[in-house]
Write a protein of this length. Structure first.
Length: 299
């Protein structure tokens, strides 16, 4: 009985210590999540009380041309930027995977864009780089190419400015890859060298298989980030998704419905569709991982 009372007091003390986080998690995560689920079945404009309308929002979304356009733009952005970012991050991590005092400095320099890359200031700077009188055209003119193109003002190039920005923010993925590379036992490479395997053979038969759990983790995280990209598209396009909706990513279209048109019910429905899309792709990657992710603990 005394032991039970002592354990109860210990448990209560533990809950008391985590109560600030727990209250914040419930108030700012759990309640908003279930509130948005309810609002997705209502007509709600903030000013008036929500009116339950069933599945009407979801039916309207199915016939919304801008919904399909934003989905197309987001898929293109995610499926191009995520592989490019991971490949570039992995390449740089391999370059840094060597004993050198200067590597620490280079790691910090390359990680810096990932810290500030999602900020408003960097997005504004990026917008200025690609305008007709920006630095990109100035560099091209320095090489004798007379370019006055506004890269963010053309439908065929605007989305690529966002993709380049995403690839430029490869620092976080690079550090995770680098940590994984350092965990690979050197004895594997020594044994392979004794057997006559070259560096390319070692890379594809040792490095890649050993790194598949890290690749799997980075792929999941970066794919979620790709589907939910907002800040860069909002700033670069001025919040409109222009030119001709070529930068109208899904999160930006959701934002427009919520805070421009004040259709909270419709935007909540859009949010839950995005959750389902991310869940499907994440589930597919998890399901396929058995055939390409190598774990030493498995036979």
């Amino acid at each position: 009985m005394k032991l039970s009372n002592k354990r109860l007091k210990t448990d209560l003390a533990g809950y008391a210590f985590i109560s600030p986080w727990l209250i914040g998690f419930i108030a700012f995560s759990i309640i908003p999540i279930f509130s948005s689920l309810y609002y997705s079945f209502t007509k709600y404009d903030i000013l008036a009380s929500p009116v339950f309308i069933g599945l009407k929002n979801f039916k309207d979304i199915a016939h919304d041309d801008l919904f399909w356009k934003s989905l197309k733009v987001t898929f293109f952005y995610a499926f191009v930027s995520v592989p490019a970012r991971l490949i570039f991050a992995f390449f740089v991590a391999c370059l840094f995977n060597r004993p050198s005092k200067a590597v620490r400095v280079y790691q910090a320099v390359y990680y810096l864009p990932s810290i500030v890359g999602g900020s408003i200031a960097i997005a504004v700077m990026w917008r200025r780089l690609f305008v007709s009188d920006g630095a990109i055209n100035a560099i091209l003119q320095g090489f004798g190419i007379n370019s006055t193109v506004s890269w963010i003002g053309r439908p065929d190039t605007a989305i690529w400015t966002l993709i380049i920005l995403a690839v430029w923010q490869f620092g976080s993925s690079m550090l995770i890859f680098l940590a994984g590379l350092k965990q690979i036992p050197q004895s594997y490479y020594e044994a392979a060298s004794i057997d006559g395997a070259g560096r390319i053979t070692q890379f594809f038969n040792i490095t890649i298989p050993q790194m598949t759990p890290i690749i799997f983790f980075n792929l999941i995280m970066q794919l979620i980030n790709g589907f939910t990209v907002f800040t860069q598209a909002f700033v670069v396009s001025g919040g409109t998704g222009d030119p001709m909706n070529s930068t109208l990513v899904y999160a930006l279209y959701l934002y427009q419905n919520a805070f421009k048109y004040y259709d909270m019910g419709y935007s909540s429905a859009l949010a839950w569709i995005l959750v389902l899309i991310i869940a499907v792709f994440t589930g597919v990657i998890f399901k396929s991982s058995d055939s390409w992710v190598f774990y030493e603990s498995k036979d």
